[in-house]
Design a protein around this ligand. Sequence first.
Ligand code: CP
Ligand code: NVA
Length: 305
Amino acid sequence: MKDFLSLHDCTKEEITGLIKLAIKLKAEQKNGVPHPILKGKTLGMIFTKSSTRTRVSFEVGMTQLGGYPLFLSSNDIQLGRGETIYDTAKVLSRYLDGIMIRTFSHQDVLDLAEYADIPVINALTDLLHPCQVLADLMTIYEHKGKLEELKLAYVGDGNNMAHSLMYGCAKMGMNISVATPKGYECNGEVVENAREDAKQSGCNLVITNDPVEAVKDADVVYSDTWVSMGQEAEKEERVKIFMPYQVNKELFAKAKPDAVFMHCLPAYRGYEVTEDVIDSPQSIIFDEAENRLHAQKAVMATLMG
Ligand code: CP
Ligand code: NVA
């Protein structure tokens, strides 16, 4: 593994290995056992979009691994003024030991990884959010003791979260149902790739426009914002279309009685999820957010160690 760009590029064994390492690093950190695996190494973190969890968890994670995280806002670096990705990749490769990038275009991240001589980590594009889903799989494993044979229901926009959840579940043999409104379905190529992975791992991948069908008997119910970064101008229109896809008490009740609720955050209460679900004892959103730290430390230690 040179880069971490998409869970579709990883094998089931690689993902399992990352989750196991994340669980080990988490236990060590909680017990005060230092693990300076990346002592003296520097991670450059390019952000073209906002972030709370990703920025903080990567910075803290790199520090806990004994390395140095360098925040690079695209407003401040020459990439934001038109320097090419090729030149940026080549120059940064001379200084850094790894690059983390959050941006709009997935192709830009693929190009950066191709031209960089150092590992590149995808910290969210319009297409995918693999770091989030690695942490999510770890969190589900911690709560349910397994991934295979479980059912995850994703309800909402066919966006980067829906795509990465499909890839993650399909690789790991976890059944997944995705319910989106008409016209907001997932990317066709991603669905096709995930279907192949699901066939290989022997799980079901269901794509529907019916939220009730998706949530029925689910072990995990997942929602995400209806208005992703960059779509702010569509907010009013989206809210109207997506209301029937709100995860409220009534919809959540269609899942298994011991189902958990997950959300990558930031969440907008009263829109994609109601307070009585996201703030209920069955919600595991803060475990999920915490595990970003541990999962990404596993990724950095594996790629840069
Ligand atoms: N879930 C997530 O990636 O959060 P941030 O946008 O705050 O990084
Ligand atoms: N789908 C959301 C995820 C945020 C972590 C977005 O892209 O804005």
